[in-house]
Design a protein around this ligand. Structure first.
Ligand SMILES: [Zn+2]
Length: 666
């Protein structure tokens, strides 16, 4: 029994980090500054995230499950029946469709035992039966190969490591939550096959056709192996945590060192989801191995990320071509790719860096992605999703770029189930607990149950309307007095924070970006209050980014704001100029878009004319909404980066031949 299993045998069990005789002797997170707590140690209470997670569990899971079981994408499930030989039809869909079902199985597994999840559990059991029926005797499981007669571990096969990773992550979630082992055992059998067949580098099969750029191609002594998509790195480390078998940890390193070695990479250049997952895997490997080469390399990649390769929303992957990271400072607004899966991968990356270092900047970034780049990917009702997340949109272009409108599925349906699994496990990102240290990383209504090393049972109840409210309160319940350090993240954007324990002021640094550590003897009934001032703030565009020149963005707390035409009906967004010293007033509007704080202020309506000198300027009022709620009404224009320089506004053009009607004879 692993430490995780201790915590989840009973729904409201108190989690303990101390081992029992029944547990394996291996220690995990050996090189971590912070340790995560299991999902069941944390429950959401009233606050920002609970209704979103509830919507995902009820409506979101339902719509994706129905899509995969009976909807247009039911081939995703049926492909396993084709592979098992129980349905005599051709396999359908893309080569990577198995992955979509595995992600959904992971999400559904987390929900087993939660309220109102009876149908999810029944669907999950049915899906597990269908999936496992397609597994071959030696453990191989891949409908693209089995249902089509292609050669495994060859240039014809596809994503064999990636499939193993997602199957394993589903199996781990299922075992940890339910205590059942059939999905876990099946996934491990497939991983063991991968290890047996491909782990020693001299077994890597010849690849008959060279493929294009990294990370598609792994080279080893003139042999090539197609890894195609990172993710196995994290899954193997997690399997090591579960089993204590070091071969999985070593396998993770082998994959990263193979061929075009991860340790020799110079920057983030290719497919954003792949690059980001690989970095998450590399830091995960460091957390268990202590191998500084990986820690240092991840640091170099993180520095590159912060050289203009990430949007202000935390979204990554600027380019459509190859769904890739762009060059440094290549961050177009309207054509931003910023796939939702890439934002989710960025959460995984920053979270693991936080565990490794305990540094607030990683939690700040994780928070930024969660509230903006990730959350914009799902509609308010939880049932429609974005694949890509532009920072500017013109409603009239909607017909040309249908992927800008939210859908329940796509041909490549990777994002919807990925969103489900992050929502289903979101409470694990709120707290950490290490011996006598409790870290608070996200502010949201929630409860942590944790057993201190002295055996004291701690219940920490967090009450807050953050990010709308600046106030957070923690109620401490202890069955007997105990000592521990409570570390509260003071976000980097926050200046002038204050805190008190039982009404007594605690000293807080004037500038945020660190953890406020309160080390004292605690007793039941203690109350901690924190105030995190969040006046609206202006971020000037970076002149190195073409689409930010002459522009600014508006933020409040962790929330990035945008203008939508709906709230600014008197102005064309291409005519609004926002002064850099704009005074913005914040107002909570409970009836708007699920209840949001809007920001309003005085700006200018600048109408350029064809003739110079005929520009007119009028005062106007703008109203900004959080970026994450955009595109929840009829399609309209939207901008995150707003003009503060009238010169960058488009001017009407004099008719030219380019706009005239051409005929063959002209
Ligand atoms: Zn995706």
């Amino acid at each position: 029994m692993s430490i995780h299993r201790v915590a989840i045998t009973v729904c409201c069990a108190v989690w303990t980090a101390s081992a029992t005789a029944a547990e394996p002797t291996h220690a995990t997170y050996k090189y971590a500054k912070l340790r995560p707590v299991p999902r069941r140690a944390v429950t959401f209470g009233d606050g920002f995230w609970k209704p979103r997670v509830d919507a995902s569990r009820t409506a979101g899971m339902r719509v994706v499950l129905d899509e995969y079981l009976t909807g247009k994408s039911k081939y995703i499930t049926r492909n396993f029946q084709v592979a098992a030989g129980t349905v005599d039809e051709p396999r359908q869909g893309g080569r990577n469709s198995d992955e979509f079902l595995y992600k959904l199985m992971e999400a559904a597994s987390y929900y087993v035992g939660d309220e109102d999840t009876g149908q999810i559990v029944r669907d999950l059991d049915r899906i597990i039966d269908v999936v496992l029926a397609a597994q071959l005797d030696d453990g191989y499981l891949n409908t693209w190969v089995t249902a089509t007669g292609k050669r495994r571990f060859s240039s014809e096969s596809w994503m064999e490591y990636y499939y193993g990773a997602h199957l394993m992550q589903a199996g781990l979630a299922h075992r940890r939550i339910t205590g059942e082992t059939r999905l876990f055992d099946a996934a491990r059998k497939y991983i063991d096959l991968l290890h047996r067949e491909t782990s020693p580098p001299d077994k890597w099969p010849f690849l008959t056709e060279p493929t294009d750029a990294w990370p598609y191609k792994f080279k080893h002594e003139e042999r090539l192996y197609v890894q195609r998509h990172p993710d196995a790195e994290m899954a193997l480390v997690e399997l090591y945590r579960e089993t204590g078998d070091k071969k999985y940890l070593d396998f993770s390193r082998l994959i990263m060192e193979g061929g075009e070695n991860y340790l020799k990479r110079e920057g983030l250049v290719s497919h954003a989801v792949k690059e980001t997952l690989l970095n998450a895997g590399a830091i995960d490997y460091y957390l268990e191995s202590g191998d500084r080469r990986f820690f240092d390399q991840v640091g170099r990649m993180w520095a590159d990320l912060n050289r203009g390769k990430m949007y202000i929303t935390g979204g990554v992957g600027a380019r459509h071509a190859g769904e890739a990271y762009g060059d440094n400072y290549e961050l177009p607004n309207r054509s931003a790719y910023a796939e939702t899966c890439a934002a989710i991968s960025n959460v995984f990356w920053q979270w693991r860096l936080l565990l490794a270092t305990g540094e607030a900047k990683y939690a700040d970034l994780m928070e930024r992605v969660l509230y903006n780049g990730f959350l914009a990917g799902v509609s308010l009702d939880g049932t429609k999703f974005f694949y890509r997340n532009p920072l500017s949109h013109r409603g009239s272009n909607a017909g040309k770029q249908p992927d800008e409108l939210r859908h329940t599925y796509w041909g490549c349906s990777c994002c919807p189930p990925n969103i489900q699994r992050l929502f289903a496990s979101l409470q694990t990102y709120v707290y950490t607990a290490t011996d006598s240290h409790v870290g608070v990383h996200l502010y949201t209504g929630s409860t942590l149950r944790y057993m201190l090393p002295g055996g004291e049972e701690l219940t920490l109840v967090q009450k807050t309307d953050y990010p709308w409210s600046e106030d957070v309160q923690f109620d401490v319940a202890l069955d007997k007095p105990g000592r521990f350090t409570l570390s509260l993240r003071i976000p980097g954007w926050c200046h002038g924070a204050s805190a008190e324990v039982n009404g007594q002021t605690v000293e807080v640094k004037p500038r945020g970006g660190y953890y406020l550590a309160i080390d004292r003897p605690w007793r039941g009934g203690d109350v901690v209050r924190v105030k995190l001032p969040m006046p609206p703030r202006i971020v000037a565009g970076d002149r190195r980014v073409a689409d930010q020149v002459g522009r600014l963005a508006i933020l409040r707390g962790p929330i990035v704001y945008c203008l939508e035409s709906h709230d600014n009906p008197d102005a064309d967004l291409d005519q609004i100029v926002v002064p850099e010293d704009i005074e913005l007033s914040a107002r909570f509007e409970p009836g708007l878009l699920g209840g949001v704080v809007t920001l309003s202020g005085k700006a200018q309506l600048v109408r350029h004319a064809v003739e110079p000198g005929e520009t007119t300027i009028e005062p106007t009022t703008i109203k900004a909404i959080p970026y994450y709620v955009w595109a929840n009404r009829e399609p309209c224009d939207m901008d995150v980066w707003l003009a503060c320089d009238a010169e960058i506004l488009p001017r009407p053009k004099r008719p030219t031949i380019a706009f005239g009607k051409m005929t063959k004879h002209e």
